[in-house]
Design a protein around this ligand. Sequence first.
Ligand code: MN
Ligand code: MN
Length: 288
Amino acid sequence: MNWRLLLQGSVKFACMESSSNIGVLIGVPMDYTSTYKPGSRFAPDYIRNASCNIEFYSLSTRRIMESEGFIDLGNIILPPGDVEKSLSIIQSVAKGAWKEYQGIPLGFLGGEHLITYPIVSGLMDGIDTLVVFDAHLDLRDEYLGSRLNHASFLRRLVEKGVRVIHIGSRAYSGEELEYLKTLENIKVYSVLDVLEKTVEAVELGRVYISIDMDVIDPSYAPGVGNPEPFGLTPLQLLGLLKKIVGSSSRLVGFDIVEVNPLVDVNDVTSILAGKLVFELAALARGGR
Ligand code: MN
Ligand code: MN
């Protein structure tokens, strides 16, 4: 099946049609494995709407980018509640878009964190390192009897041998810390490591970045599914993203997940997510 038929139109990111191409955007409105506060299915369009009011000036690269924009392909059409089928559709779309838009970063707007599993599975041949920003490790073997959900997605990817750098964590289960000791393909930098500046710049190759918005402190990003105190500030995150993209040979793609507009305050989390999409594309553009 043609992967484009699995998408439907929406408001465009930054409210503009663009023939320029600093990034290709795809909304993934899935939230049915959420265990605390569902609602992230509404985030793709909230983030797009919030982005209609941002200036196209990139703080991280100090560039005016008013003549540039995104190719926004809309949202993936998903069968409500059918997790396995949804994951297979997301993987098909990710793979189809990746083949068609070689060389342009693919940005996915979640949705819950489970969407990163089919996306990275679909792009695996083109990625050397997965960089995850998250308050949580999402390394549980299963959660509440389910093996495919937002709290276990990273374990499923690690099992496939994906190389992972994980940044900003601060909430662990005993099971996850035990499992971590057995792994060689994941490096974890907690939020304290970030404060102590021990995050090293290493050669990352082709990178995919996944940002769970709860990595940011709830005071800056209250609209998330599982808020967790002691988080990063948006400026700390921006600095880290600059470092990561700078240490990569290429930013293949990224996702912003776990924004929940239903529990947000004045859309500040959606606005911040929109800015992050823009800054990531700008950082990727900087190296091209
Ligand atoms: Mn997560
Ligand atoms: Mn999280």
